[in-house]
Design a protein around this ligand. Sequence first.
Ligand code: CTP
Length: 414
Amino acid sequence: MSIPVPHQPLPLGGRHIVLGLSGGIACFKSAELVRELTRAGASVQVVMTEAACQFITPVTMQALSGQPVVLSQWDAREPNNMAHINLSREADAILVAPASADFIAKLAQGRADDLLSLLCLARPHAAADQPCPLLLAPAMNREMWAHPATQRNAVQVVADGATLLGPGSGDQACGEVGDGRMLEAADLRDELIAFFQPKLLAGKRLLITAGPTFEAIDPVRGITNLSSGKMGFAIARAAQEAGAQVTLVAGPVHLATPRGVRRIDVRSALQMHDAVLPLASANDVFVATAAVADWRPAAAPGEKIKKDGSGAVPAIGFTENPDILAAVARLPDRPYCVGFAAESHDLARHAREKRLRKNVPLIVGNLGPATFGRDHNTLLLVDADGERELATADKLSLARELVREIAQRLGRRA
Ligand code: CTP
């Protein structure tokens, strides 16, 4: 079944980003970052320090951003000769990537002896109507990052209103391994997209199940289903972007963990049940997107079942798996429970029935065959007040809409 998918707005569409580069080998990643930001819809104005120009040329950054790079406070192209004011007033955010140890130290002291530090200082940081956020992606050798002076400076710039993105950990250009790597371009893009999302679930804890389960027949075979886990992972990402603390219990899927999300991998329905139940009451919301197998083989022998040559097929008996969602909904101090209903037909009727049977306030219906494994979906929200369709869209956009719906319902309960 093919679903017509409407055009989706780009996640950074209409945003103007000043991308500052201070000196560091991670400047080579900033070239890719410009591409990621522009592909996501942002317009990007690059500002480089003198040290950054030692690592990558302004020509490269101009070609990628489609805008002349600004290098100096004394750039005569600015009619009023106030590049620091103009740039910081036009920006929806300033992202400094890489932010070197020296640059962070400068910011911590409020120094302004080059254009980039000057425009960071000059940005409207506390304006009620239009503040200009400052995001820093530190990039340096692990000893420099761990040095007490840098740590002190990092605490100071955060106290002064900046947001640190990373640093990451791993191999460093110098050959050492540790904390201080600049986050990858795609991660920084996602951090920026997340930064602009409304923090509708700030302070809330969400527990989410996702993916299929795998029920072993013997050590080499099993039964599972076509769920890809994409919807549950998108909800985990959207909830994290909205400020929630998210735990994702995932069946066997090959998907990257959304940044900032705690992930617990399980295989079978029983393992998923045992991972979820002890955590459920400590969460504000439980979202059950997993396509949990209804049955498991009653006995899974420790050795592979062999053909005996007679043509006889093995008789596999089944036992019903526990219903994880219904078990959470029965807890005395249960979280707000959101179930999914994957149906092949009569979606609204089945979703209504499931809501009552599982005793949960909200069921999200979708047509399994039309969505399993795909990047798009259409959702039908069913609660005590009736039904509402969330039109066909990519799963992340739908997840963000669902997060809004959940936040509204939590607000009404409070
Ligand atoms: N669910 C669960 N544990 C199970 C089965 C389902 O937590 N053992 C949850 C799913 O994660 C989903 C909801 O219950 O949120 C409905 O799942 P679905 O597979 O659509 O329905 P079933 O309860 O299995 O009912 P049926 O197979 O009859 O449609």
